[in-house]
Ligand binder design. Structure first.
Ligand code: SF4
Ligand code: SF4
Length: 178
């Protein structure tokens, strides 16, 4: 051990240097988020769980059962049963999405000619029950409250449609909203 090392040890230079780093982080803004007490707000084009949007004027789903989203989906996790309404429109009688197979690529949203299916800001999908990952039409419609603001007027805002009543889809409980 050289003289310099002996002086360093005797004057606690290394310890003081380390303490100064620790002390610095007491006063600077922290970058960590104490999840789940604190939550981050996803970016506007974040691709979270899907939602089916309704037409604010008619309250009916915008989907016309064209099957494009089901066709382009690389995971084949969308299945749709189409039907004709009495006034001759095409309409989904059933719309199911298996979230356990979804890779959140966003192709379904991009290909939709009616802007009916969208990726939302909802990212809290953890569940103990695999059945929660099967989203039927009612759950997908209920998820529209999580749509990004430019796509859906949120409840209480001008022209906001009431979300369809549905059982809780994964990560759709009110208390868990970001
Ligand atoms: S995000 Fe991609 S994988 Fe998921 S349902 Fe849409 S197209 Fe399919
Ligand atoms: S969500 Fe869009 S792409 Fe999919 S079936 Fe409905 S209208 Fe077609």
């Amino acid at each position: 051990m050289g003289l310099v090392d002996i002086v360093k040890k005797g004057t606690f230079v290394d310890i003081l240097r380390g303490m100064s780093v620790t002390g610095t982080y007491f006063v600077v803004d922290k970058v960590t988020v104490e999840y789940p007490k604190e939550k981050l707000h996803p970016y506007p084009r974040f691709r979270g769980v899907q939602a089916l949007l309704t037409d604010p004027e008619t309250g009916d789903t915008k989907c016309v059962a064209c099957m494009l989203c089901a066709t382009i989906c690389p995971s084949r996790c969308i299945s749709i049963v189409g039907e004709q309404t009495p006034d001759g429109r095409s309409h989904p009688a059933g719309f199911d999405l298996d979230l356990s197979r979804c890779v959140f690529c966003g192709f379904c949203e991009e290909v939709c000619p009616e802007a009916a299916i969208v990726m939302t800001r909802q990212y809290e999908l953890a569940t103990f029950d695999k059945n929660d990952l099967y989203l039927d039409k009612e759950r997908l419609l209920a998820n529209q409250v999580y749509a990004h603001k430019e796509l859906f007027a949120h409840p209480g805002e001008r022209g906001a449609p009431a979300p369809a009543a549905a059982g809780a889809a994964p990560g759709t409980q009110e208390g868990r909203r970001p």
